[in-house]
Design a protein around this ligand. Structure first.
Ligand code: FCB
Length: 441
């Protein structure tokens, strides 16, 4: 049996990612809490992981003890600015404590400024459809970055603007539950404007800041290779999800699902690109799906599926995604800002993790400037409309008792972090079923 280790460059960052609404608990002043109260989610976020009461301390201890050197978290706009004319200094102080907590544990923070949630007052003013939302976002960003700048230089302006707009305004399972491509396009354009303003504001406030955003990237193929209709649907899906934001950052014109929108201020507003990669999909034309522009996405039969059939284990798609990123932005640093799988029993996660790290290793071997990897997630947390039905944590959470239980994948990931690499011994120990794939002789 071969004995080998896939090493990563010195200084590579290993961590996990979380977001405010999913872990803090008692977030009652944003649109997601309203969406939950209206019965659109599988359970309520409730106490979540109870970070707002301080349980971040024990979770950061877990991360540190498991060899992690970074953590990506988000701040909650609705807490920091509970009303248009009010800032909550106590909330900012709590975030300062959290970031100090990371520093004390020698973990590099990355702070996301918008991760799906909007203050209710903003929702009442049309949120990201409103004309002045970019300006409002900039005000919030200035206040927040100024308060936190002592502890953080890595800023992610907006998490997955493509998912926020497409799932909220085309598929409708995120608030506001709309089915209107034009509204989705308007939201994306406004998010680009907000991102661009935030980019410049952060650089004004902090000389050594590095600013990017997190893109959910999902490679699509046509379901029937011979079908021109499937090929067309594939292009629509690809444009809607994968191209809109990046095209504007490259050229100042957003290539939307249909048509294009000039957003000149967005050009060249990224110091790094955050990539969230979970899976790849096949797209087919479907006459019965006008709401999703006649495209339906699915997984090939026989794929290695996660327990909720939410994610197919497609590690090669991760490599393709990273390749797309370096080709699109030569020289721009990349962080993998999310990657993971929902798997309460932890039967699939060890191989998913090992196979994705292996593909990322292939990528760093071409000297592609990938600086770090944030696994989603540290502890099970509230998965949006899927609520508590999906468990992405390296640690399991008992929502009733707040008890955490380590999954085997946490040990595998700890070995990877400590080694700064993935070894054949780890694969043999945690996921022997893929040994021959990763170490063929
Ligand atoms: C991403 C989100 C993150 C989490 C994972 C599973 O789309 O950014 O909050 O829900 O999916």
């Amino acid at each position: 049996m071969p004995d080998a280790t896939f090493h990563f460059p010195r200084g590579f960052r290993w961590g996990t990612a979380t977001s405010s609404h999913q872990v803090e608990g008692n977030n009652t002043n944003n649109q997601w809490s309203r969406w939950e109260a209206d019965g659109h989610t599988d359970g309520m976020s409730g106490l979540a992981c109870d970070w707002w009461n301080g349980r971040w301390r024990e979770d950061f201890d877990r991360a540190m003890e498991a060899g992690q050197s970074a953590h990506r978290l988000s701040v909650e706009w609705s807490r920091i600015q509970p009303a248009p004319d009010r800032w909550d200094e106590d909330a900012l102080e709590r975030y300062r404590n959290m970031l100090r907590g990371l520093k004390d544990r020698r973990m590099t923070p990355m702070v996301t400024l918008h991760h799906f949630t909007d203050p209710l007052w903003l929702t009442q003013r049309e949120a990201w459809e409103s004309e002045n939302v970019a300006e409002l976002f900039e005000k919030f960003v200035r206040k927040t970055v100024d308060a936190l700048k002592e502890y953080c230089t890595l800023w992610c302006t907006i998490n997955e603007p493509n998912i926020y707009s497409v799932i909220g305004f085309v598929y409708g399972s995120f608030p506001p539950g709309a089915h209107d491509v034009n509204r989705a396009t308007l939201v994306q354009a406004n998010m680009l404007k907000g991102h661009a303003r935030a980019y410049h504001a952060i650089h004004e406030i902090q000389a050594d800041a590095r600013v990017g955003y997190a893109l959910a990237y999902r490679p699509f193929t046509a379901k029937r290779a011979w079908s021109p209709l499937d090929a067309w649907s594939r292009t629509v899906a690809d444009r809607a999800l994968n191209r809109a934001f990046p095209s504007a950052i490259s050229t100042g014109t957003m290539q939307a699902a249909i048509g294009s929108v000039p957003v000149p201020e967005a050009r060249n507003t990224q110091d790094f690109l955050g990539i969230n990669y979970y899976t790849s999909q096949q797209v087919a034309f479907s006459l019965t799906s006008p709401r999703s522009l006649f495209a339906t996405a699915g997984f090939p039969s026989g794929a290695d599926m996660s327990p909720n059939n939410f994610i197919a284990n497609k590690p090669e798609g991760f490599y393709q995604t990273l390749k797309w990123a370096v080709r699109t932005y030569p020289g721009t640093p990349i962080f993998v800002t999310e990657n993971g799988v929902e798997d309460a029993a932890d039967g699939m996660r060890p191989r998913y993790l090992a196979q994705h790290i292996h593909q990322m290793w292939r990528a760093v071997n071409f000297n592609w400037p990938i600086e770090g990897y944030f696994h989603w997630s540290l502890v099970d947390n509230f998965e949006w409309e899927r609520g508590w039905s999906q468990r992405f944590g390296l640690w399991a959470l008992d929502v009733e008792t707040q008890r955490r239980t380590k999954r085997r994948s946490a040990d595998l990931y700890a070995e990877i972090c400590r080694e700064n690499g993935l070894s054949s011994a780890m694969v043999r120990k945690y996921c022997p079923e893929v040994f021959d794939k990763l170490f063929p002789v």
